[in-house]
Ligand binder design. Structure first.
Ligand code: Q9C
Ligand code: ZN
Length: 321
């Protein structure tokens, strides 16, 4: 296993997000990566820093080039420490642009892509892509929910050239962008566990009835969870989701990992505790097919993120040997 990270994200640091007209502190902070990275260090996981920013062509594989060019030019025109919520190519008010957003988002996608390449070349059978900004809410031509480019989807698209890919999304939120990007395809499956979208972001997708369209019918599966879901119920549902992935017999798995399912996450509203992450890690390590690319999505409790990652990877690594 190897951990891939980069530092370009640090300057993408919006001061606030707009919530119901109010300015609230931006939850998707640069410090998240600092905490996750130091947890990985403490666990003794090998780290590899990426220092190059990829070409825009990398993200144009799944995103409208007009959208990509718009983010680049709009981002470049913003003053240092200023931020802007654009009026087009956007679904909500949680995804502001700063002067450094384009570069940060492009590099974030590059981390996931580089992880995909390492798996595909057989260099590793597990890669943890420490992506920031996150990606699973990003649509073909829309930014949303702190996401600009869909890191997991871009990696899955690349891997799909070499075999079937299953994306398992365990972030607290439904990955609307990822679902939509593969909704009509049978070669990339999307399976997600998340808070019930009738009461949680992104509200408009992630219902159990959404199962794909055309050739993709049956290749999208959603497991919405109510706020009173216990850790036991969560791991039981995860078991079902893993079984769906296994039956698909993917050549590669992409795991969209969020720590916002934690009971004290400032955004999430589920009840998972520290130990649940050990259990989740073990369950995935034991039952999820490899090679696996783990892509970082959400998780906003800055003071607990490192600890949660340690619990997860302790469980995950234990059974890997
Ligand atoms: N003021 C991810 O976890 N809602 N995105 C924020 C709180 C948006 C989450 C409302 C949540 C987006 C990748
Ligand atoms: Zn989330």
């Amino acid at each position: 296993m190897i951990v891939l990270f980069a530092n370009d994200h640090q300057q993408h640091d919006p001061a606030f997000e707009l919530y119901d007209g109010r300015q609230e502190p931006y939850a998707e902070k640069a410090e998240r990566i600092t905490k996750l990275l130091s947890a990985c260090k403490q666990l003794g996981l090998p780290l590899h820093e990426l220092t190059n920013t990829p070409d825009a062509a990398v993200v144009k594989a799944m995103h409208d080039s007009v959208y990509v060019n718009y983010i680049r030019s709009k981002s470049g025109g913003i003053a240092e420490h200023d931020q802007l919520i654009p009026s087009v190519f956007i679904k909500d008010t949680y995804t502001p642009l700063t002067r450094h957003t384009y570069k940060a988002a492009l590099t974030s996608a590059g981390i996931a892509m580089s992880g995909a390449e390492k798996l595909q070349r057989g260099e590793h059978n597990t890669v943890y892509a420490l992506c920031r900004p996150p990606g699973h809410h990003a649509e073909h031509n829309a930014m949303s929910g702190y996401c600009y480019f869909n890191n997991a989807a871009l990696a899955a698209q690349e891997l799909s050239k070499h075999g079937k890919v299953a994306i398992l999304d365990v972030d607290y939120h439904h990955g609307n962008g990822t679902q939509h990007l593969f909704y009509d395809r049978s070669d990339v499956m999307y399976v997600s566990l998340h808070a019930d979208p009738s009461i949680a972001f992104p509200y408009s997708s992630g219902f159990a009835e959404e199962t794909g369209t055309g050739d993709g019918k049956g290749f999208t599966r959603n497991f919405p969870l109510s706020p009173d879901t216990t850790p036991e119920q969560y791991t039981q549902t995860l078991d079902l989701a893993i079984e769906v992935v296994r039956e698909f017999e993917p050549a590669y798995v992409v795991l969209s990992l969020g720590f916002d399912t934690y009971k004290h996450d400032p955004i999430g509203n589920l009840n998972l505790n520290e130990e649940t992450y050990n259990a989740i890690g073990e369950l995935l390590a034991d039952n999820l097919p490899r090679p696996t690319l783990i892509v970082q999505e959400g998780g906003y409790n800055i003071n607990k993120l490192g600890e949660l990652a340690k619990h997860f990877f302790t469980g995950y690594i234990k059974l890997q040997a």
